[in-house]
Ligand binder design. Structure first.
Ligand SMILES: Nc1ncnc2c1ncn2[C@@H]1O[C@H](COP(=O)(O)OP(=O)(O)OP(=O)(O)O)[C@@H](O)[C@H]1O
Length: 258
């Protein structure tokens, strides 16, 4: 267990969850998805959430995004804009790549020409210049996730919530997107909360890996990842910490299987 929680208190926090409980359905007799979860992320920190299926990771993200409300406790995102990205890029198939990004700029930029220019810059950030006039079906899965990332950045968010964003991609494409995401995270000083089932991915990307228990979801362990960046997902350092975390995750899963 790390002392990161204490460090986050002194660094400027971007996300604070204080004793958050989420019950789906009625307060008594409903489904307890999260049970008094306290968790903070410092500004610019990359935090990965790991846990068995159904432990409440997606619930936690949707609460931070404000898509659902807590039953008890509170969440503070300190006036940061929050964007969310899912495993499915959910692009509009009838719009071009540029159009899919421009639509996210509508609220902030009234001029169509300016929106187009801005979208071109964002597409360059995710290395998709040259694909602006394509339709989503003409792109690979990795490219579609790049468009989704550009659309998230278009919301001028400093907090990026990512729910298994690369879960459907092949290993090679995922590796490349890890590098891109790391670069963009640094360039823009984003705070990232990243949900994954892939322990190595969590260690590859995170400053910190948070392990959650199953039903009800609670934070059971946190690991600081101190290996220098950029990390290779198949390096000995990543594999070794991933093995330790996997052991703990396995114990947690088998505890619930009995
Ligand atoms: N809208 C909802 N209404 C009722 N129950 C829900 C709802 N959303 C999630 N749940 C339940 O809450 C629990 C936590 O679900 P959640 O999707 O947050 O877990 P998860 O850790 O993200 O799972 P996975 O890793 O499989 O995506 C599960 O038991 C799920 O069935």
């Amino acid at each position: 267990m790390s002392d990161t929680a204490a460090q986050t208190d002194t660094a400027q926090a971007a996300i604070d969850l204080r004793s958050v409980t989420k019950i789906y359905g009625r307060r008594s007799g409903g489904l307890l998805a999260l049970d008094h979860v306290s968790l903070s992320a410092a500004q610019g920190e990359f935090v990965c959430l790991l846990g068995a299926s159904g432990c409440g990771k997606s619930t936690l993200l949707s609460l931070v995004a404000g898509l659902d409300s807590v039953t008890d406790g509170d969440i503070d995102t300190h006036d940061h804009n929050v964007a969310m990205m899912f495993q499915e890029p959910a692009l509009f198939p009838w719009l071009t790549v540029s159009g899919n990004v421009e639509i996210a700029l509508r609220k902030r930029e009234p001029s169509r020409t300016a929106r187009k220019e801005w979208a071109a810059q964002l597409l360059s950030t995710v290395r998709l210049s040259g694909f602006a006039d394509k339709r989503p079906h003409e792109l690979s899965g990795g490219m579609r996730q790049r468009v989704a990332l550009a659309r998230s950045l278009a919301q001028d968010a400093s907090i990026l919530l990512m729910d298994e964003p690369f879960g459907a991609l092949d290993a090679m494409t995922r590796d490349i997107l890890h590098d891109e995401l790391e670069r963009i995270w640094r360039e823009r000083n984003l705070t990232v909360l990243f949900v994954t089932h892939n322990v190595r991915e969590a260690v590859r990307l995170g400053d910190r890996v948070v392990l959650m228990s199953s039903r009800p979801g609670r934070v059971i362990a946190q690991f600081d990842v101190q290996h220098p960046r950029p990390r290779r997902i198949d390096s000995t350092e990543v594999s070794s910490l991933a093995a330790t975390i996997t052991d703990q995750l396995r114990q947690e899963v088998s505890r619930h299987a009995h």
